[in-house]
Design a binder for this molecule. Structure first.
Ligand SMILES: *Cc1c(COP(=O)(O)O)cnc(C)c1O
Length: 430
């Protein structure tokens, strides 16, 4: 990029940011700084979302309630701890397109995945398989393989893995084909909403429909989809979904995760691992040994929730409510399309975009491969970090960059591309 066309591109980026109706939300977040005091270009919300300013106050308030009220804070706290998880229910349901009793905030992602599989993976001799993608996140891989072994089956035969193309993208046709071909022996289809490595978004409704026609249960891991896509889980009709809250949901490291159980299972007698917090709240404190599950997703809770890890979720979901997921997604599509176009125009000699091009087949993240030898990718990644541009690196050769609609801007995308150009110029000389 010459000096002149960079100036023109910068003017355009700033114009885009000035016209952004959601621009003010950036001020609600703490943007990490460079040594010189300037804001970092943070494109890593896919890995750990930034801290909302209001989180500190919310945490201090819980500490104060603990200090001043101790056990009485369960009922007399400003946000009483007893029903605390219910304070996030409405916002969580709205965010993922669910009925309020279909969602619950609890545990962490992999724990919820196991709890859901206890109920929704019930293998039989004829139907023992789980369908996942070969590039599934390691934790998901470990979870499904261990569940298969736990039931006395062998992942070598009971784990069916979808293949992807060289970019890590899995065609819709190959998913439907696998369900058609193996459906009779698949007990559970477990796929992501957005694939963590490729950034590909899947057609959740089509997958659910095809899998249900074959008698399979369907669950989605929405770690990279929640707070990123405009989800409609109730209408999609999947049996369950799980997600974490520290990525696009900006709720802090190890934040309390989420879980969706479709209404059709709300009063079912599905086998489950039970704990007292999943007991019907009307009689929970009668402390009887018989377990009577609460209606809906609440019935899968085990323990009383970690208030300090749930307070940031409450704060963060209120931001999503005010911004609106439909509006955020609209901005996100524009921003990622702009990012994509910039990379193609100015950096196509350096980067390949592995993520699908169509808006409905991706979220905000672009997965980028550096052309040339593998060391080049690491070298570029290190250069970007040294320039205050935070993206992440996934072995063996992917840089993930995610302009998130709550706090990223057009100018962030442009600075990324500018730094890539700088690296390429320098790299070519050395
Ligand atoms: C981030 C992520 C995880 C992390 O699991 P935790 O239980 O939160 O540590 C698991 N699966 C996927 C697909 C992820 O993207």
């Amino acid at each position: 990029m010459t000096h002149n066309n960079f100036a023109a591109a910068e003017a355009l980026a700033l114009q885009g940011d000035a016209a952004d109706p959601l621009a003010a939300f950036r001020d609600e977040f703490l943007i990490p700084r460079n040594a010189d005091g300037s804001d970092q270009v943070y494109l890593c919300g896919n890995s750990l979302g930034l801290q909302p300013r209001a989180v500190r106050e919310a945490l201090i308030q819980e500490l104060d309630d603990w200090k001043n009220l101790a056990v009485e804070a369960h009922f007399k706290g400003r946000h009483p701890w007893m029903p605390y998880h219910e304070f996030v229910r409405e916002d969580l349901a709205a965010l993922v397109g669910a009925l309020p009793h279909e969602v619950v905030a609890m545990n962490s992602l992999t724990v919820n995945l196991h709890l859901m599989m206890v109920s929704f993976y019930q293998p039989t001799a004829d139907r023992s398989a789980i369908l996942i993608e070969r590039t599934a996140f390691p934790s998901d891989h470990h979870a499904v393989a261990s569940q298969i072994r736990f039931h006395g089956f062998d992942p070598a035969t009971a784990l069916i893995q979808l293949e992807s193309d060289a970019n890590g993208v899995i065609s819709d046709a190959s998913i439907l084909h696998a369900i058609e071909e193996h459906g009779d022996r698949i007990a559970l289809v477990l796929l992501p909403g957005v694939q963590f490595l490729s950034g590909q978004a899947f057609d959740l409704a089509a997958i659910t429909k095809a899998a249900h026609l074959k008698g399979c249960r369907v669950g989605f891991d929405l770690a990279h989809a929640v707070g990123n896509l405009d989800l409609h889980l109730h209408d999609v009709g999947c049996d369950f979904a799980v997600w974490c809250s520290y990525k696009y949901l900006n709720s802090g490291p190890g934040a309390v995760a989420g879980c969706f159980v479709h209404e059709r299972h709300a009063r079912s007698g599905l086998p489950r691992f039970a704990g007292w917090w999943g007991h019907d709240p009307a009689t929970r404190f009668q402390m009887r040994p018989q377990f009577l599950p609460a209606t809906g997703a609440d019935g899968w809770q085990l323990s009383n929730p970690p208030i300090l890890a749930l307070a940031p979720v409450r704060v963060s979901l209120a931001i999503f409510r005010r911004a609106g997921m439909t509006e955020l997604r609209r901005k996100s599509e524009t921003l990622t399309a702009y990012f994509d176009a910039l990379i193609r125009e100015h950096a196509s000699d350096v980067l390949d975009i592995a993520t699908p091009h169509e808006a409905e087949r991706r979220g905000c993240q672009l997965s980028l491969r550096v052309k040339g030898p593998r060391e080049a990718g690491r070298s570029l990644h290190d250069h970007l970090h040294a320039s205050g541009i935070i993206v992440d690196w996934r072995e063996p050769d992917v840089i993930r960059a995610a302009p998130t609609p709550l706090y990223n801007r057009h100018i962030d995308c442009l600075r990324f591309v500018r730094a890539v150009k700088d690296w390429a110029t320098h790299h070519a000389q050395t």
